[in-house]
Design a protein around this ligand. Structure first.
Ligand SMILES: Cc1cc2nc3c(=O)[nH]c(=O)nc-3n(C[C@H](O)[C@H](O)[C@H](O)COP(=O)(O)OP(=O)(O)OC[C@H]3O[C@@H](n4cnc5c(N)ncnc54)[C@H](O)[C@@H]3O)c2cc1C
Ligand code: HEM
Length: 484
């Protein structure tokens, strides 16, 4: 089959709504509506162009780190307003540039088999929509990315190669903007920042390191329902910092037209045993960690953030934000969710560590409230108190189909599971019924630190659970890849 046709088919797959939008919106867009104009014309790559692109991939992969750094540094220098979108930590650690470059290269090398990337593209489109990224931003990103490719390829970037890469970039950009336009349509009237007032602030642990915020829209209009598991983006202007700080937080309670809830864990910074050598990332100034989360005016300029300082937004939220204060939020988004309209009764296994329980709790609550008898297993690890424990136990008491298991594990500071963790033993010691390992339709949702998710994933895979039945939520950028 011709590449153009394949891409057109895949493109159709990609723009098929998968549900990040409001509950019930899936059918709305799938029927008679015309897709937005930006989704229609796609310049397909010819076989020769695909070959030109492919030939340069090894060199670009080899210099991926360099591309990422040069590309973002020059783009943010010339367009400083974009600092209002990018998470400065993910820039400094290189996670964000790496995620973008890796996806572009994966796209180019998979150009005849893009269906493999559908899930990744959906994650990116949902994240972009949650950040209100617009088509005009793609012009800027494309310009600086292609410039960085030229710098790395040197004379190998012939006019023909340049033209082929430009086409490949725009092919991908059109796929993303096409999907994003559809997501924005699903968002309906709430398509920009909406102001919420904090109506309650509740510590979820005795240590006070995990705190829930109930948020009511200031406009008083009803909130849309959402599929449990989705997140919102919040933006804060922190005193002393020049740009907005944007972060995602999972909605931690079932949909309610009056208010949403988010649950925030205080990020105390990496613990000594999990610290990363700052030289790995390059470009950091030496100096003591910031004593307070918002104490440096230069914090948001490239090269000035010190590694291992406490998290900016989580600390400010927990310490400084009180009932009556306001926060700006975007519409719920994401691709990690249970379809609230799906009458499916396959066992649902919800496995979390730490604040990873936030997106899972609304799943439990919604499924239990549906009363369709869907079996649910709740498995939760925590270092100290398990957030929501009482609520979960109450649901389990009222629903014979719900069972729960809590482990107090020695998760290390910084939310990285320690090698000596008891959780693995506890988990392996769970009986087969708790994990529904003999049911080949059971669905698994896992959220916690990356190492925790790897351990869980490996255990499930070893017990013949197919990868497609396991969903992970990564509290960072980039996709979570199973490491065995
Ligand atoms: C989809 C999604 C859902 C999420 N849901 C939740 C949720 O429900 N609850 C929740 O609590 N969190 C959630 N998160 C995480 C949340 O968005 C924030 O990342 C988290 O609160 C930390 O943000 P912060 O501003 O406090 O920390 P940041 O300032 O972003 O710092 C994060 C970490 O990076 C370290 N660091 C800082 N500078 C460097 C450097 N130069 N090099 C290396 N390390 C550095 C810091 O020490 C800190 O440990 C979610 C994230 C995603 C993507
Ligand atoms: C073809 C072009 C693009 C590709 C391939 C791409 C790819 C990505 C990827 C892979 C992520 C990480 C998603 C995640 O794991 O959550 C991401 C996040 C993001 N993208 Fe894009 N992107 C593109 C265009 C843009 C544009 C035009 C902008 C706007 C300036 C933008 C802004 C962002 C921001 C702000 C984030 C979140 C970063 C963070 O939270 O640290 N991207 N993108």
């Amino acid at each position: 089959m011709n590449i153009g046709i394949i891409i057109a088919i895949i493109f159709t797959t990609i723009i098929t709504p998968q549900g990040g939008g409001p509950r019930g919106s899936t059918n709305r867009t799938a029927n008679n509506e015309q897709p937005p104009a930006t989704t229609i014309p796609l310049a397909m790559l010819t076989r020769q162009e695909a070959e030109l692109v492919n030939e340069t991939i090894p060199a670009l992969r080899q210099h991926g780190e360099h591309i990422s750094t040069v590309f973002y540094k020059s783009m943010l220098r010339d367009h400083p307003q974009l600092n209002n979108y990018f998470n400065s930590v993910n820039m400094h650690t290189g996670r964000q540039p790496r995620a973008l470059t890796a996806l572009i290269l994966a796209f180019a090398s998979n150009i005849v088999n893009i269906s493999e990337l559908t899930e990744k593209l959906e994650r990116v489109a949902q994240k972009h929509a949650s950040l209100i990224i617009l088509p005009e931003h793609y012009e800027i990103v494309g310009k600086y990315l292609l410039r960085a490719f030229s710098a790395v390829l040197g004379p190998a970037m012939t006019p023909e190669v340049n033209a082929a890469w430009t086409k490949a970039y725009w092919l991908m950009a059109k796929m993303l903007t096409g999907r994003e336009q559809i997501i924005y349509k699903e968002f309906g009237p709430w398509s920009a920042w909406r102001t919420f007032i904090i109506s309650a602030k509740t510590p979820e642990t005795r240590e006070g390191d995990i705190v829930s915020f109930n948020l009511k829209p200031v406009d008083g209009q009803p909130l849309p329902p959402f599929n449990p598991g989705l997140y919102v983006t919040i933006r804060l202007k922190i005193k002393g910092l020049k740009y907005f700080q944007l972060r995602q937080y999972s909605l931690s309670d079932a949909p309610n037209p009056e208010s949403y809830r988010i649950t925030v864990k205080r990020d105390i910074g990496a613990s000594p045993d999990t610290q990363v050598d700052p030289r790995q990332y390059g470009g950091f100034e030496e100096g003591p960690p910031l004593s307070s989360a918002a104490s440096s005016a230069s914090d948001s300029s490239i090269g000035s953030i010190r590694p291992h300082r406490p998290g900016l937004v989580s600390n400010v939220l927990i310490d400084d934000f009180q009932v009556g204060d306001t926060l700006d939020l975007t519409h719920p988004a994401g691709e990690f969710f249970v379809d609230a309209n799906d009458p499916n009764t396959n066992p649902l296994i919800l496995i979390s560590a730490g604040v990873g329980c936030a997106p899972l709790y609304p799943m439990l609550k919604v499924v239990a409230e549906q009363g369709v008898g869907r079996p649910v297993s709740w498995i939760q690890a925590s270092r100290h108190d398990a957030p929501f424990r009482e609520k979960v136990e109450k649901i389990a008491q009222a629903n014979p189909n719900v069972r729960c298991k809590f482990f107090r594990s020695r998760l290390a500071d910084g939310d990285v599971i320690s090698l000596a963790s008891r959780f693995q033993e506890d988990f392996i010691g769970l009986n087969w019924e708790d994990l529904w390992l003999t049911n080949n339709l059971a669905e698994y949702y896992v959220c916690g630190p990356e190492k925790f998710m790897s351990e869980i994933g490996n255990h499930l895979l070893k017990n013949r659970v197919e990868p497609a039945r396991i969903k992970y939520e990564l509290y960072s950028v980039g996709t979570f890849e199973m490491r065995r």
